[in-house]
Design a protein around this ligand. Structure first.
Ligand code: CA
Length: 386
């Protein structure tokens, strides 16, 4: 075995000048908050403990229950024993390149995102500082949100209106996004119906309320242009993922031909892929902290967006750890042009937090305790562990 392989396969040891808070264990587990929850409503948690008695928490995307990311995280857990949490960026790139042939997108970056968030949480607890302070400080610690309302492909026009009305009234969001969540194997199958739903929601909230439309990748280029023109007439402020995310050229064509802002990149997992989608013509991007890079990755995306004059509006659908990690990054963005995504008003996870993130008066407050600032109750996590 050559020297290079010996190095990459060995423990992720830190240099000896680091902190006295060495990693003692890394656990990766799925949490099912209610017995009937489908995998998408479960949480994929990474918990990192140090020899000094500190604990950091991270979360991966729950796609398919997050099991694929958890498998990767369990695989690298042993090699992290003895490492210094303050070496988190070195650890990230070592592990990314160790696992790169599993595909640098999806399960691997989800696992690394969860680990990165946990190590930032630990870093804050070691230095006694909130994450946003370590990132350079907050422009704001109170963040308005938009209600992200899914499942509208399967609803009638009346059902869409009723569903939107309930959250519009109960949550006081700064904006509303209606998501389609339709069948990705079919294209353009109910364009008149989709436009009718968009019109009905506009009528409900009035002319001036900010609305967005998330196609969840269900149109052809031609279909997307037709729907996008209708959304322009209805005053929608963005049109999200009109075509398949993996067809970057098509996404760019739609973005360039329409006047409405086209948003994409929630299914983008590397900084290089983010640059590709920007170069294709997309001017609002939505990388997700629990899918790619964690806090480190989202800050890299922030620099790319600033340099390219592109809006960064992170995708975020987790109501707990991922959500709070996202709020810390949003607090630090100078140009924060859109509200934070709030997909899930469900309180199922609140049992695990001393201070669950609950919006008040239409805003979330970024916690100011050390690390993520979340008080997490281990007994509840362990009780719901699958
Ligand atoms: Ca979306």
């Amino acid at each position: 075995m050559d020297k290079m392989n010996t190095q990459t396969n060995s423990q992720i040891q830190a240099d000896q000048t680091g902190s006295s808070h060495r990693i003692s264990s890394v656990e990766a587990f799925q949490v099912s908050w209610r017995p009937t929850d489908p995998p998408g409503l479960r949480s994929a948690i990474v918990r990192v403990r140090t020899e000094s008695g500190l604990t950091g928490y991270g979360e991966a995307s729950p796609m398919m229950g997050g099991e694929h990311s958890l498998l990767v995280a369990r695989d690298f857990a042993d090699s992290l024993k003895g490492a210094d949490p303050l070496d988190h960026a070195v650890i990230y790139d070592r592990l990314l390149h160790r696992y790169i042939k599993l595909g640098p997108e999806g399960a691997v970056t989800g696992a690394l995102a969860a680990l990165d968030i946990a190590l930032w949480d630990l870093k804050g607890k070691i230095l006694n500082l909130p994450v946003y302070k370590m990132l350079g400080g907050a422009w704001r610690t109170s963040l308005p949100f938009y209600a992200s309302i899914g499942g509208n492909a399967a609803r009638s026009v009346d059902e869409v209106v009723k569903t939107v009305e309930a959250r519009w009234i109960s949550e006081q969001p700064a904006a509303i996004k209606i998501r389609w969540d339709g069948d990705r194997t079919r294209q353009d199958y109910d364009i008149p119906g989709d436009i009718a739903k968009a019109k009905a929601v506009r009528k409900l909230v009035g002319d001036d309320f900010p609305l967005a439309f998330d196609a969840n990748n269900q149109y052809s280029v031609g279909g997307a242009i037709r729907v996008g023109r209708a959304l322009e007439d209805l005053g929608y402020i963005w049109f999200e993922e009109p075509v398949q995310h993996y067809d970057v050229r098509a996404m760019g064509e739609v973005a360039q031909r329409l006047d409405i802002t086209v948003a994409a990149a929630e299914q983008t997992y590397t900084t290089q892929a983010l640059v590709d989608i920007i170069n294709a013509g997309v001017r609002m991007v939505q990388p997700d902290i629990v899918k790619m890079g964690g806090i480190t990755g989202l800050m890299q995306c922030s620099a790319i967006c600033y340099a390219h004059g592109v809006e960064l509006v992170p995708h975020q659908t987790q109501p707990g750890i991922g959500h709070v990690a996202n709020l810390h990054v949003l607090a630090t963005l100078m140009h924060n042009t859109k509200p934070a995504e709030f997909a899930d008003p469900d309180t199922r996870m609140h049992v695990a937090f001393e201070n669950p993130p609950i919006p008040e008066g239409g805003c979330f407050t970024v916690p100011d305790g050390p690390g993520l600032g979340l008080g997490i109750i281990d007994a509840e996590l362990d009780k719901h562990r699958t």
